[in-house]
Design a protein. Structure first.
Length: 144
């Protein structure tokens, strides 16, 4: 997969998240430095992909694993619900991504939510409370 193709894939997901979560700063996990993250934030990552069945010769398909990291301040909100907010957002993301093709049916099949959990130790995002939502999705790349 060419780097520009990867960037296009991540950008499609980031665009969809920006529309759905306008109160959050949305970033590419691999392109942002911790010092540049403004909270609250959601970081999108493609940590791995593997071979998928390719019944059509002209189409190369991979089964990709994506993560959305939800980052919130450690400080309690005025109503004391900071821990509730991060869990509510993780649940909302799980519902949002499940069966979503991010408006690009020629690039993605429908996403399948795997799980969401607290990320207790993340070297890149250590200055905030973090949960991540993981999903599987096939990516199509047309062979030329």
């Amino acid at each position: 997969m060419k780097k520009s193709e990867y960037i296009g894939i991540i950008n499609k997901i980031i665009e969809a998240f920006k529309l759905k979560y306008p109160d959050y700063n949305i970033y590419d996990y691999d392109e942002v430095d911790e010092n540049d993250i403004e909270l609250p934030a959601i970081l999108i990552q493609l940590p791995s992909f593997e071979n998928a069945d390719n019944p059509i010769r002209e189409v190369f398909r991979v089964k990709a694993t994506f993560r959305a990291y939800v980052c919130e301040s450690f400080r309690k909100t005025e109503d004391g619900t900071s821990k509730h907010r991060i869990r509510d957002t993780a649940l909302s993301i799980a519902k949002f991504i499940n069966n979503n093709d991010f408006g690009a049916k020629d690039v993605f099949n429908k996403a399948s939510f795997d799980y969401a959990t607290e990320d207790e130790f993340n070297e890149k995002i250590s200055s905030s409370e973090v949960w991540y939502v993981e999903w599987q999705q096939q990516i199509y790349s047309y062979v030329v």
